[in-house]
Design a protein around this ligand. Structure first.
Ligand code: ATP
Length: 348
């Protein structure tokens, strides 16, 4: 599987342009997303990873049009959502679907599976009759491997297992033949064996239907499995700190935060983690700082094993392309790594 393609004129399917999200709370302003630039091409998978609270869900909700950002723009096929007319908005809403972490919360408990799948088909005029809706619903359930579909159509969410509910949620997302699915920790509430089955099914959809994905997960092992052939963006305190091709980032991480996340993946072979400077692999601080009191300079500096006083605590490192030996298209925001790579380049 390879990365997706931009349209003929190079326009991504979906683009976040300097997106910000500040939540106003009684304790103060919470800058949950702080200037995020991301894009996903047709048929491509972009994984968003990072610890709890780093802004993944907020970014996903903005990408799916569920919350307008307080700054920046979201563009679908090159058109800013904020400037779209009503017909364009309908196309966007059909084209980009959201799959929630908790299918039990996202499915209407008083609707059968058939009613859940038929509602968007009817609303968008895609089913001409009840029989047509029933047949389409059967096909959708087969696509998500719920067979025989007739056994499921009359059931209510509480009569299904967690894995089956999430498959119904995916089937509902597929009703409008979307170009992009934004899946927010879609497998995290499931048991491991069921999780693997769902991931396999989503991968199959990716291949068979060519659907693009923004795939949110805190688990790098899952990102590696699902994101193969795509790109990965690692978030920390509302910012992207590293971005590149999934395999390259996972095999040769550059940002100390990405390296620390990979160290925490239990199944990861240590040999697969590349060495930047042979630094300690443990994070210095234990607690992630509060968004209400962000550290100066690089916000990762209080936890960073590469911390350099006077540099990392004063200047905020921009996310910029980094020439990684033998790699391509890497963006990293770290002063120390950038210096090390530049020095290595001068020495060679
Ligand atoms: N509606 C809100 N009001 C105030 N703060 C919020 C709101 N939604 C999210 N936040 C805060 O914004 C930050 C980012 O939250 P977000 O849910 O996007 O992170 P996440 O990486 O998806 O974490 P998790 O995996 O735990 O959901 C967190 O500090 C969270 O507490």
């Amino acid at each position: 599987m390879t990365t997706g393609t931009a349209s003929a004129d190079g326009t991504p399917l979906l683009q976040l342009d300097a997106v910000e999200q500040v939540f106003r709370t009684k304790k103060g302003d919470v800058p949950a997303v702080r200037g995020v630039d991301l894009h996903v091409n047709e048929g491509e998978v972009l994984c968003l990873v990072g610890e709890s609270g780093c802004g993944k869900t907020t970014t996903a909700r903005i990408a799916a049009g569920l919350a307008p950002p307080t700054g920046g723009r979201v563009l679908y096929r090159g058109r800013a959502l904020s400037e779209m007319g009503s017909e364009e908005k309908v196309q966007y809403r059909r084209g980009v679907q959201f799959v929630h972490q908790d299918p039990y919360a996202s499915l209407n408990p008083i609707r059968t599976v058939f009613a859940t799948l038929a509602a968007p088909l009817r609303k968008h005029g895609l089913a001409t009759s009840r029989k047509d809706a029933w047949e389409q619903a059967c096909r959708l359930l087969e696509q998500v491997d719920l067979r025989p579909p007739e056994n499921f159509l009359s059931k209510y969410p509480h009569q299904l297992s967690g894995g089956q509910r999430q498959r119904v949620a995916v089937a509902r997302a597929l009703t409008l033949k979307p170009s992009l699915i934004v899946a927010d920790e879609a497998t995290s509430m499931l048991d491991v064996s069921i999780r693997v089955g769902l991931l396999k099914m989503l991968s199959k959809l990716r291949t068979e239907l060519g659907t693009g994905f923004v795939f949110i997960t805190h688990d790098l092992a899952i990102a590696r499995y699902f994101g193969t052939g795509g790109r990965i963006a690692v978030m920390y305190l509302g910012r992207v700190v590293e971005h590149g091709l999934t395999e390259e980032v996972i095999e040769n991480p550059q940002h100390p935060y990405t390296r620390a996340l990979l160290d925490a993946v239990p199944t990861m072979d240590d040999d697969e983690v590349g060495a930047v400077a042979g630094e300690a692999r443990k994070l210095r601080g234990v607690d992630i700082p509060s968004l209400l009191a962000l550290p100066s300079g690089c916000t990762f500096h209080p936890r960073c094993p590469l911390f350099r006083e006077g540099l990392c605590d004063t200047a905020d490192p921009p996310l910029e392309p980094l020439a990684v030996a033998g790699g391509a298209d890497r963006d990293v925001s770290c002063h120390v790594v950038r210096e090390a790579v530049a020095e290595a380049g001068r020495a060679s």
